[in-house]
Design a protein around this ligand. Structure first.
Ligand code: NAG
Length: 169
């Protein structure tokens, strides 16, 4: 029964997140990237936007590789370097282990006048946006899997209800 709940959350939560988010995108709709149809290489596998030292977020997402993260990865990591005027100079995104995500946050380098922000997130292609301040340079985990059993059940039931509502409408 519990496995069924997990499957349900795993299958539908990303859809809920994606459909809630894609309204806010500008040029190319990166939120509308479809959950992959190819078989998953192992349970709970996921993908991240992956780029190395792109000039800005648009160019990172635009040309990002479509590849499964290794089994050792837990999160998607984003490193954003930008000037005092807020102009991006480097965007790097990749799959990351829990250890690599200990270093989330922003650091200002006085000599260069640059700020580096690092963020991590959990879930399929979750690293669409780039961190710009202490509010968004954080480790964001999926609520449904990280909370206590009681609230997990509440979330599952909420998902169940919404799935049924969609099915009945
Ligand atoms: C952090 O950045 C986000 C996105 O650019 C912005 O909406 C938010 O107001 C900022 N928060 C602070 C505390 O500056």
């Amino acid at each position: 029964m519990l496995l069924f709940y997990h499957l349900l959350v795993g299958a539908f939560l990303p859809l809920v997140l994606f459909s809630g988010n894609w309204v806010s995108a500008k040029n190319i709709n990166f939120y509308n990237v479809r959950p992959p149809l190819d078989p998953t290489p192992f349970p709970n596998s996921f993908k991240c936007f992956t780029c190395d030292n792109a000039v800005d977020n648009y160019n990172c997402n635009r040309w990002a590789e479509d590849r499964w993260c290794p089994e050792s990865a837990q999160y998607c990591l984003t490193v954003h370097l930008f000037t005092d005027h807020g102009k991006s100079t480097s965007v790097t995104k990749k799959c990351a282990t829990g250890d690599e995500c200990h270093f989330v946050g922003c650091h200002h380098h006085r000599e260069s006048g640059h700020t580096e922000c690092v963020s991590c997130c959990e879930g399929m292609i979750c690293n669409v946006e780039i961190p710009t301040n202490h509010t968004n340079a954080v480790l964001a985990v999926l609520h449904a899997r990280r909370t206590s059993d009681g609230s997990r059940r509440t979330v599952s039931i909420a998902v169940l209800v919404s799935v049924m509502a969609i099915a009945l409408s």
